[in-house]
Design a protein around this ligand. Structure first.
Ligand SMILES: [Zn+2]
Length: 356
């Protein structure tokens, strides 16, 4: 195996599939390389241990990691020339208890306009989202699993708003996933001492109209996001939670009172990206099938808590929206059932994406 030509082949293939990451993982007696395709891990190559070790060592070398260090987790990055384009690659290594290293490569490429089109099941939520992001100030919290298209949704909404009015938009991300010329995008760089907190603080001093925060990860970032909303900015942030109802309790866990949320929070958006049922593939649409285009093999299902439903939370002084509330028809599981009954997704996908 000639390393450099294999690397070129592996990355070209990954790029043509539009995959977001490549996982090179140790298995019982060998290694396997998986691509994450439309939310699933797809096995692409089997490598013997020696080949995999050489491949991992190669990537560690070119991304300025310590090649000799095989036990401690490391991370690195590289801009890679792939034919006529440059893609940014992010690497992270970790070892299992047998000291077999695994490597994850994230591919960050300039996504074109087409890919940014929001592929949503229902118009109702898209209209509500457009209304929500037209606020001058306040806090909007997005939640959903990794690779559920949150960044795409947020970017799409703000870009639409920018097409009718001039605004200063700043983003704080780790890393920047979608390049967007109209935004001032900033990125965490721990090695250079540019931490999340520092970036957030300096971004707020920039007085943007809209500040997009990649992720609220701790008490400090939660506080800063609230401060931004209180001082007249539109703050849009992601936070980890199991469903829309889990967002307020999560913020409270991070030390934010219900009272402060009452003053700032204007909407909660939860989303998942579901694989569409393909009649040709009789299930998820395969990579090589042309029934759906690459970017349209999945669609977004939203659940939103805003206006009267949000007020209900604050009036009753409890962090949940009651199941009996009028909005039940727009709750995630209800809409999920609906898209299954319409035949957009399979029964299996329904079971898989149902929120317990
Ligand atoms: Zn198909």
């Amino acid at each position: 195996m000639e390393i450099e030509s294999f690397v070129q082949h592996m990355l070209t293939l990954a790029d043509s599939f539009d995959t977001s990451d490549i996982h090179i993982l140790p298995e019982e007696s060998h290694y396997a390389a998986y691509y994450r395709l439309h939310g699933r891990m797809d096995r692409q190559f089997v490598l013997d241990r020696e080949e995999a070790n050489r491949l991992i060592a190669y990537f560690k070398f070119v991304s300025n990691m310590d090649v000799g260090e095989r036990r401690k987790p490391q991370s690195g990055s590289l801009s890679y020339q792939l034919k006529d384009q440059i893609i940014d690659l992010r690497f992270s290594t970790i070892s299992n208890y047998h000291a077999h290293e695994s490597l994850v490569i994230r591919l960050l490429k300039q996504k074109n306009q087409k890919d940014l089109t929001m592929n949503a099941f229902f118009d109702h939520e898209v209209k509500e989202l457009n209304r929500l992001v037209s606020h001058k100030s306040g806090l909007i919290l997005f939640s959903g699993p990794v690779d559920s298209g949150k960044t795409t949704t947020i970017y799409q909404l703000i870009k639409k708003r920018l097409s009718v009015e001039k605004l200063q938009v700043v983003t704080v991300e780790d890393p920047v996933e979608i390049h967007e010329e109209q935004f001032l995008q900033t990125e965490v760089n721990e090695k250079a001492g540019i931490t999340y907190e520092r970036l957030l603080k300096s971004s707020l001093r920039h007085h943007p109209d809209v500040l997009i925060v990649g992720e609220i990860r701790d008490e400090e970032t939660a506080k800063m996001v609230i401060r931004g909303a209180l001082t007249g900015h539109l703050m849009i942030a992601s936070i980890h939670a199991k469903d829309a109802n889990g967002v307020i309790p999560r913020m409270m866990e991070l030390g934010i009172s219900l009272e402060l949320l009452k003053q700032t929070l204007i909407g909660i958006v939860f989303q998942k990206l579901l694989p569409l049922y393909c009649p040709l593939c009789i299930g998820h649409c395969h990579t090589f099938c042309h029934n759906y285009r690459h970017s349209q093999k999945r669609a977004v299902l939203f659940e939103m808590i805003m206006k009267e439903n949000l007020e209900e939370v604050f009036i009753q002084d409890k962090p949940f929206v009651a199941e009996s509330s009028v909005s039940v028809k727009r709750r995630f599981n209800h809409l999920l059932k609906k898209v299954q009954l319409y035949g957009y997704i399979s029964e299996k996908t329904y079971q898989q994406y149902l929120i317990p």
